[in-house]
Design a protein around this ligand. Structure first.
Ligand code: FAD
Length: 462
């Protein structure tokens, strides 16, 4: 008899959620984690610490920009950076220990150490080998490297180093205008750094709806961001007291160098599968280094499954979690399912940017007949009251059926507002269904309803 029904390798949002669901479904479950704490990239060095710093720095921004307008005379805020980092560490700790509690509650064994799979049905941790009917690999991802860029995690940093800087930089260069670069750039811009973003493409947030991306760039520029687009970074080198970045502009091949106290390399992440022994087992990989899986997260080797950042698809915590729950159902003999067409994406800057479903560019490329319903937060009373009226909701619906195909929001609480649309899309809703639903006043969500109204007879407040 096997030691376990399931051994999950990796305790990030994919792995720990999977382990909990397996245990809830009555499977004897263990989870292997090599890090000192549970929660993976997300809780330790990703989603959670970055949101803590975004929250703290947003409060600083509010003090500078809006407090006096509301008659709150707080003066210039004094920033105790050590205390801000310690607040961030407390937030991490309360989350990671929360997962430990959930493991105990669900009787999941945490096998501490780095795991490998000597053969199907076996997992080795340290010098112990455990047997399992099913193995689920949720080993996550690590920052991608860039040729010519020497990361020392002090002055040339990945997102991990950016969460732990010794001091708030006066000048920061961010390589890559994706989600992580813009979020961490926002933290330091709000804390007073001069931030320059160097991006290879001609626009920011690749893959986003182009209209939203343009508006977002304008808003970040107003907040002091400087963008160098169409620029191929040649090198980034730590040097005494800082670092320098050299890039070539694609338009004329001219070479430029910028100096900064800190350079953040945020050019994406790559699956992490080192040390698992997958090649020896004959587990098929994709050309991009991801573990290849079928529609039920099964790898090419029987009894081994994979989920999360280690496989294809958006590298997002909630995508990993959904796969974790679904694969648990599969190994328990049920029917796990993830709808990859309805996975929201959020950028937690101010304002937030959120999207789900198709972009306008994708619909054009498909030749699909669609309608656009747009509503500006200028017409939303609540947004005006909190100085957040820059931005809009853009809904894309099928021209004939009015069915929602996508939604893109730039504005206050966009990351929460988008879920109304996610639920609508799961139920096959039309814009009319949202438009006919009573929305509480005054809420930001009225802007979503107005965008839905704009797909039909027109919004009220514009
Ligand atoms: P991970 O969270 O990477 O966890 C994998 C775990 O497996 C790690 O703890 C690792 O130590 C362990 N492991 C690996 N190999 C072994 C082994 N052989 N033995 C034992 N243990 C092993 N996503 C969002 O959705 N929202 C956000 O706001 C967001 N913000 C982010 C901000 C930053 C700065 C970063 C870096 C990422 C962010 N992400 C965000 C992405 C998110 O963190 C990942 O998509 C998510 O963590 C992936 O989950 P996972 O379970 O697949 O892997």
């Amino acid at each position: 008899m096997a030691d376990y029904d399931v051994i999950v390798i990796g305790a990030g949002p994919g792995g720990y959620v999977c382990a909990i669901r397996c245990a809830q479904l009555g499977l004897k479950t263990a989870c292997v984690e090599g890090r000192e704490t549970l929660g993976g990239t997300c809780l330790n060095i990703g989603c959670i610490p970055s949101k803590a710093l975004l929250h703290a720095s947003h409060e600083v921004h509010e003090m500078h920009e809006n407090f006096a307008k509301m008659g709150i005379m707080a003066g210039t805020p004094d920033i105790d950076w050590a205390q801000m980092k310690s607040y961030k560490d407390d937030v991490i700790k309360s989350n990671t220990t929360g997962i430990e509690f959930l493991f105990k509650k669900n009787k999941i064994d945490w096998l501490k150490g780095w795991g490998s799979i000597p053969k199907a049905g076996e997992v080795k941790v340290g010098d112990k080998t455990y047997t399992a009917k099913n193995i689920i690999v949720a080993s996550g991802s690590v920052p991608a490297s860039l040729p010519g860029v020497e990361v020392d995690e002090k002055t040339v940093v990945t997102s991990t180093g950016a969460l732990e800087l010794a001091e708030i930089p006066k000048k920061m260069v961010v390589i890559g205008a994706g989600v992580i670069g813009l979020e961490m750039g926002s933290v330091y811009a709000r804390l007073g750094a001069e931030v320059t973003v160097v991006e290879y493409l001609d626009g920011i947030t690749p893959g986003a709806d182009a209209e939203v991306a343009r508006q977002f760039q304008k808003m970040l520029s107003k907040q002091g961001f400087d963008f160098v687009l169409g620029a191929a970074v040649q090198s980034a080198t730590p040097k005494e007291g800082g670092a320098s970045v050299t890039y070539k502009l694609k338009k004329d091949d001219s070479e430029h160098t910028v100096e900064a106290d800190v350079v953040l390399v945020a050019t994406g992440r790559t699956p992490f599968t080192d040390g698992l022994g997958l090649a020896d087992l004959g587990v098929e990989m994709t050309k991009r280094g991801q573990i290849a899986t079928d529609a039920h997260w099964k790898t090419s080797v029987d009894g081994i499954y994979a989920i999360g950042d280690a496989i294809k698809g958006p590298m997002l915590a909630h995508k990993a979690e959904d796969e974790g729950m679904a694969v648990a159902e599969v190994v328990a003999g049920k029917h796990g399912h993830v709808n990859y067409d309805v996975i929201p994406g959020v950028i937690y800057t101010w304002p937030e940017v959120a999207s789900v479903g198709k972009t306008e560019e994708a619909l054009k490329a498909e030749g699909r007949a669609y309608k656009v319903g747009k509503f500006s937060f200028m017409g939303n009373g609540r947004a005006k009251a909190v100085f957040a009226s820059d931005g809009f909701v853009k809904m894309l619906v099928d021209k004939e059926t009015d069915r929602i195909l996508g939604c893109h929001i730039i504005g206050p609480s966009a990351g929460d507002l988008i879920h109304e649309i996610c639920v609508g899309m799961e139920f096959g809703a039309a814009a009319q269904d949202i438009a006919l639903t009573c929305h509480a006043h005054p809420t930001f969500s009225e802007a979503v309803r107005e965008a839905a109204l704009a797909c039909g007879d027109g919004p009220i407040h514009s």
